[in-house]
Design a protein around this ligand. Structure first.
Ligand code: NAD
Length: 479
């Protein structure tokens, strides 16, 4: 965690502080509040893998924060920074996130203390499979109990290994594929999952900018077009968010912060794909020719911009730099990038923060679709697509016949016809479901934000919505 002050609370404490601030505004029995807040269980595993002629011991975690709904859901992170505190904080955020975007899951998270860049692919596969074995043995990977997904340092490849490991251990489980989401398409994945979290960040910002009152609260005006954006972390989430915002919404990405420093070009902006290719090829951003390189990358968080998108890791905006952050709008694409202390400073400065539990919920939303797809054993759109196209063709034929009978009174433009006649495939359906989810969840937060005098920020509003839903769930089912 990138906190810089000794008095900064830990990540988990930070999440608890934010939870406490929200829950103080609610009328819930203290016992129920405590039940919702605490992490139900954290499993720690130490396992050995024979590598390079030696046995190497790894430490991994899977934390289950809340089982008010099952399965529980949450990513698995591969990073040297993984520890129990972090995993528990992330699991708690998953509970609130799932409640906010109405995915029917409890909250969980996992992590393995490892720097994946230090290992060859075949070594990583053995380590991942062994970790998956340890978790599956205890139902901590299971289609109806606990369903992991990718997070920092993991992606489709790791999810495919985990799913296969589970399937090998449960050869007669017809729903085995639903044990993990974020898998490649050929291993039971779904179109649109890789881009989902970044796409969700884009949809979240679009919805924010559809509400001029909210845009004004951040001291901004107009649309996303031309807005200056700084992104930290050009990984799965940051890359897709930056790419979609610049390619599709006209935003100008002026800064990209990575591990080894930052790139900055306030004048012309940065070509996200070009930087991404450079990063892949060179392992860092240093040396990229079309921008100014800043060695102390974190300093670029403090540059003037309209929208700051921290999309790397937690604790990067903290007591040490919050005062100097100039962005009027921050969208937390990463989990926990703003500490509780920094949150308070930024709120006082009038900065609007679109909170993590909402902003990066695109991942779990599309994971939910993937899980449903795996359980139903059929691709979305397979039954309806051609039927939809046939019905649209009927309308077009009828209109054209009518036009003919009136001496070619009108004609339908080829581009309209092409779009109208195309039935929705899986990707279109996934994006539509994600867009709907992001819009609906934003409105649920927004309503609380604007209807209560004691709620002055989106994060508190998000917690109020989520905690209320979790409480209702516990009340309905009993403890
Ligand atoms: P990733 O591993 O794909 O990318 C992380 C990126 O951040 C990498 O490019 C890495 O080099 C960079 N980075 C690491 N340390 C940095 C530092 N100190 N400064 C600047 N850049 C740094 O991870 P990801 O999946 O994109 O996840 C990023 C964040 O988004 C995490 O907080 C994660 O929990 C959250 N998140 C991810 C998903 C998902 O679907 N992948 C879903 C929800 C939330």
């Amino acid at each position: 965690m990138a906190t810089s002050s000794p008095i900064e609370p830990s990540f988990r404490e930070s999440v608890d502080l934010m939870f406490n601030r929200a829950v103080a505004l609610m009328d819930l029995p203290p016992g129920l509040v405590e039940k919702i807040r605490v992490c139900n269980a954290t499993y720690t595993v130490r396992f050995g893998v024979r590598l390079r002629g030696d046995i190497k011991t790894f430490v991994g975690y899977r934390s289950v924060h809340s089982e008010h709904m099952e399965p529980v859901k949450g990513g698995i992170r591969f990073s040297m920074g993984v520890n129990q505190d972090e995993v528990e904080a992330l699991a708690a955020l998953m509970t609130y996130k799932c409640a906010l975007v109405e995915t029917p899951f409890g909250g969980s998270k996992g992590g393995l203390c490892i720097d994946p860049r230090e290992y060859e692919e075949h070594e990583l596969e053995r380590i991942t499979r062994r970790f998956a074995y340890e978790l599956a043995k205890r139902d901590l990977i299971h289609p109806s109990q606990n369903v992991p997904a990718p997070d920092m340092g993991t992606g489709e490849r790791e999810m495919a290994w985990m799913a296969d490991q589970y399937a090998r251990m449960n050869t007669t489980d017809i729903n085995a594929k639903a044990c993990v989401t974020g898998k490649p398409l050929n291993a039971g994945g779904i179109h649109g999952r890789v881009e989902a979290t970044g796409r969700g960040v884009q949809y979240a910002l679009r919805e924010f900018f559809r509400n001029p009152e909210d845009v004004a609260a951040a001291g901004l005006s107009g649309s996303l077009d031309g807005k200056r954006v700084i992104v930290q972390g050009l990984g799965n989430v940051g890359y897709h968010a930056a790419k979609f915002l610049s390619d599709e919404d006209g935003a100008k990405v002026i800064g990209i912060i990575e591990r080894d420093g930052a790139l900055f070009n306030a004048e012309d902006g940065l070509d996200v794909d070009d930087v991404f290719q450079w990063l892949r090829a060179n392992g860092g951003v240093k040396g990229y020719p079309k921008a100014t390189y800043v060695e102390n990358g974190a300093a670029v968080l403090e540059e003037a911009c309209d929208i700051l998108v921290p999309a790397a890791l937690e604790g990067v905006i903290n007591l040490g730099n919050a005062e100097r952050i100039q962005a009027p709008l921050i969208i937390e694409a990463a989990n926990g990038p703003v500490t509780a202390g920094a949150d308070e400073i930024l709120r006082k400065k009038g900065c609007v923060i679109i909170p993590d539990m909402y902003a990066n919920a695109g991942g779990v939303t599309v994971s939910y679709f993937e899980w449903v797809k795996n359980l139903s054993h059929i691709r979305f759109g397979r039954m309806q697509r051609r039927q939809e196209e046939a019905r649209h063709q009927l309308v077009v034929d009828e209109l054209e016949a009518l036009s003919d009978s009136m001496g070619n009174a009108w004609s339908l433009s080829p581009s309209f016809k092409a779009k109208y006649l195309r039935g929705a495939g899986e990707l279109e359906l996934v994006r539509s479901g994600l867009d709907d989810t992001m819009r609906t969840a934003y409105q649920s937060m927004r309503e609380v934000w604007h209807s209560r005098d004691d709620v002055t920020d989106l994060r508190t509003a998000a917690y109020l919505v989520s905690i209320d839903r979790v409480a209702q769930s516990y009340r309905a089912k009993g403890l």
